[in-house]
Design a protein around this ligand. Structure first.
Ligand code: SF4
Length: 455
């Protein structure tokens, strides 16, 4: 069993959780569809976004230099981080310089990727995730299971119990409004005490040197508006050439993510407030190597809307943690092997290749084609699990030999019809664990064709 299938096996043991996880995400997918259908120009927006990102990826060096120059003109301090360690050390140094011990952070998959929280906690620096879903999983000491809905795998009763233990709410009260109010009070105090605020970046604008952050809770703004130091962590691929391109991406992002016309807050940060510091940390961490891979580079177009997760039948029924990588779901399955082929060689197989992910992707990434290409790469690099290579080799031999194929077909049909159930449905038959095998026909297609071809 691969890591993904083992973890998925664990997730689906709780059938009720699996069912509502599946339904909840499908509901988000339906909201996305309804929202997209209201815009006659939806496909044009997707095509434009894809082309803008093509341009960005082909001219990334120039746009990055332009972004840095413009940001510096605005008084922003720009840093370059080659990898996760660099990113964490840069932030550590900024915080040290300001003697900052209490930090608030709004949702950022990049800081998850770099394991910033662990790094700062080791230095006894308090770092509080301020997005409600992120705070829930932080209190549970878990990674997010979705890029937009990080706590989608957790029931409200579990949140009620967690908040009772950690925040002192009433025992047994899992009313979402009550719990949200409790979280708001708890977080408000953290904002007031914060020495620095850290955020991710949805879009960096090369033309202006500004960054754009989209949230529904306004938590990025609460942090940046109250702390004397603001730090924005941005992957190199997040750039857009001009501010006018936001008109395309902002319309696509929230609709694809949750079906909203736009996020509640779309905040533009361009320069520090008087008396404060604004930093942007630009991070590579393997992205430029990824950019050099012709077949896989366009996965760097991703704007982290999560739509491919919400639609994926495997993600919905296996949960985000089964992907054991920072970014789960279909996009995670094509991004992660770029970082470590051996560790993530199971992920491109966690897919039916139905193509639904590519159909919903707002920047038209050919996700299912890349999943298929990764499978070939994994085979070529001898990273395929034995549980796959042995059956594939046997199947090749059978398919190469028509008489063996015909005899085995006859044998299998006879066995399915005549063997008792306990011999068919047992530990060796993974397919039969959750479903009945199809009824075996009396004859194979070849036999049927021989009899009927003259009619
Ligand atoms: S790959 Fe496409 S659909 Fe998936 S998160 Fe990225 S932008 Fe959204």
């Amino acid at each position: 069993m691969s890591q993904h299938s083992k973890r998925a096996d664990n997730f689906i043991k709780d059938e009720a959780r699996t069912d509502w996880h599946d339904k909840a995400l499908w509901h988000v997918r339906e909201k996305r569809d309804a929202s997209a259908e209201k815009l006659p120009e939806w496909e044009l927006l997707r095509a434009t976004a894809s082309q803008v990102k093509d341009n960005v990826l082909s001219n990334l060096d120039n746009y990055l230099v332009q972004f840095e120059a413009e940001a510096k003109k605005n008084g922003v301090i720009v840093h370059w981080a080659e990898d996760a360690a660099d990113h964490n050390n840069i932030i550590g140094e900024i915080l040290k310089k300001h003697n900052a011990r209490k930090i608030v952070k709004s949702k950022s998959m990049l800081t998850e990727e770099c394991k910033l929280n662990d790094f700062l906690e080791e230095k006894d620096i308090e770092i509080i995730d301020t997005d409600l879903g992120e705070r829930i999983i932080q209190l549970r000491k878990e990674p997010p299971s979705h890029v937009v809905l990080p706590a989608i795998h957790i029931k409200k009763e579990e949140v009620g119990e967690l908040f009772h233990q950690k925040l002192g709410t009433e025992k047994g009260n899992s009313d979402p409004t009550y719990l949200t109010k409790a979280a708001r009070t708890h977080l408000r105090n953290k904002f007031f005490e914060a020495d620095a605020a850290i955020t991710g970046v949805n879009f960096g604008i090369a033309e202006t040197g500004g960054v754009v952050i989209c949230t529904n809770e306004g938590n990025a703004d609460m942090g940046c508006h109250s702390a004397p130091v603001q730090i924005h962590c941005m992957g190199i691929e997040k750039l857009l050439p001009n501010a006018e391109h936001l008109g395309v991406f902002i319309r696509l992002l929230a609709r694809s993510a949750t079906g909203q016309p736009s996020t509640i807050y779309t905040s533009h940060y361009q320069k520090p407030r008087p008396g404060t510091e604004m930093h942007v940390v630009i991070v590579d961490n393997g992205r430029s190597t990824h950019l050099g891979k012709e077949d896989f580079r366009n996965s760097l177009k991703c704007i982290r809307c999560g739509a491919c997760m919400n639609t994926c039948p495997i993600y919905r029924r296996s949960g985000g943690h089964s992907y054991h990588s920072t970014i789960p779901g279909p996009i995670g399955a094509i991004l992660s092997p770029n970082k470590n082929l051996k560790e993530y060689s199971d992920l491109p197989f966690a897919s039916t290749l139905c193509g639904s992910c590519s159909d919903v992707c707002p920047v038209k990434i050919n996700i299912h084609e890349q999943l298929y290409k990764w499978r070939q790469e994994i085979y070529r690099n001898n990273e395929l699990l034995k549980s796959k290579t042995i059956p594939l080799k046997i199947t090749t031999k059978v398919f190469e030999n028509p008489s063996v194929y015909n005899s085995l077909g006859k044998f299998a049909r006879g066995s399915l019809r005549n063997l008792p159930n306990f011999m068919i449905y047992n530990g060796w038959n993974a397919w039969g664990k959750q479903r009945d095998l199809p009824e075996a026909p009396k004859e194979g297609f070849k036999e049927w064709y021989k009899k009927n071809r003259d009619e």
